[in-house]
Design a protein around this ligand. Structure first.
Ligand SMILES: [Zn+2]
Length: 328
């Protein structure tokens, strides 16, 4: 039975992938009662969700839904402790801004999730959310929306609902279109879009696994960095002309007499100055090979060289020169 259900769910998620473009990590919106029931049945929520969906998940919770947990009344220590645990679990999920946080009281799960999943009331699930909710009316409403995988807990079993009629229609139309286009078996264009995702697994988890989950999410963060930098590197390699063609462009006029010749002269002047202080400076400058002015500091260069030279000079001057060249 269990294996059969697992296979059904895997197929179902493949269909959601083909027809609606669902991809890992699946964004799963959880509500407050689901967190409470998962805790009641001692379920590791993150692992269960990921098992049912057959893939990586990104648990999310709306501002209203987490407020439902904060707003729970407690009368004794046991209840307070329980509430804290639920909030801890909820905090591991990414907060989904629903825009209702400024309201005095949070919206119901139905109103809030509806506005998040289908903000334009067009019965579509543009952001490809999976919704895990214990409230029947939320599931009933979202079944009218095409392509919303729905999850709930029944006793201690997590259930992925069969595809709703509305979603089946879209899936069947999609399959027919693919047959017509001779693309059956190929992944649809919808899956071609790229989305940057972190690979956080089991973030919504119970206490024993929390440390691991945090470590996993940190590792995922670290792994994400090169990803985010990749497009920047690509940006540098812009194709096409980078400026005017130097062969056809008019020569730039020297800025305030700072021509190339003048620069040379500046350098020579600097060498002369240095010679006054240290008669061997020109040799060093030549020995250094790099010329004056590079790196901005004859002085710094000169003093460095002097130090080295003195050390060797005790033995043999020519060796010193060699060392200089090598050092350069
Ligand atoms: Zn809300």
């Amino acid at each position: 039975m269990r294996a059969k259900r697992s296979k059904t769910y895997r197929k179902l998620m493949q269909q959601y992938g083909m027809a609606f473009g669902f991809r890992e990590p699946y964004q799963v919106l959880v509500d407050a009662p689901l967190i409470r029931d998962a805790a009641r049945f001692k379920m590791s929520l993150g692992r269960m969700l990921s098992g049912v969906l057959h893939g990586e998940i990104k648990p999310m919770i709306t501002q209203c839904c987490i407020r439902h947990l904060y707003d729970l009344e407690t009368t004794n220590d046991t209840e307070r402790k329980q509430k804290e645990e639920w909030i801890e679990v909820a905090k591991q999920a990414e907060r989904r801004r629903c825009g209702h946080h400024e309201l005095e009281t949070p919206l119901s799960a139905l109103q809030c999730l509806e506005s998040v999943v289908d903000p334009k009331a067009s019965n579509t699930n543009k952001n490809r959310y999976v919704v895990a909710t214990q409230e029947l009316e939320v599931r009933q409403r979202l079944r009218r929306c095409a392509g919303v995988p729905l999850i709930y807990i029944n006793k201690s079993v997590m259930i992925l609902e069969p595809m709703a009629a509305k979603s089946e229609d879209v899936r069947d139309a999609d399959e027919r279109a693919k047959v017509r286009a001779g693309l059956k078996g190929r992944r649809g264009a919808v899956t071609g879009e790229k989305r940057r995702r972190s690979e956080i697994e089991d973030v919504v988890d119970e206490a024993p696994d929390r440390a691991n989950a945090i470590a996993a999410s940190e590792a995922a963060e670290a792994a994400k960095d090169p990803l985010t930098e990749l497009p920047m590197q690509k940006k540098r390699k812009v194709k096409g002309p980078k400026g005017p063609n130097p062969l056809s462009a008019k020569k730039a006029k020297p800025v305030k007499g700072k021509s190339v010749g003048r620069q040379d002269e500046d350098e020579r002047a600097a060498v002369r100055k240095a010679m006054k202080r240290d008669p061997q400076a020109p040799e060093k400058a030549v020995g250094a090979g790099a010329g004056v002015g590079e790196d901005g500091g004859l002085k710094a260069d000169g003093t460095r060289k002097r130090k080295r030279k003195r050390k060797v000079k005790v033995g043999e001057a020519t060796m010193g020169a060699e060392v200089d060249v090598m050092a350069a």
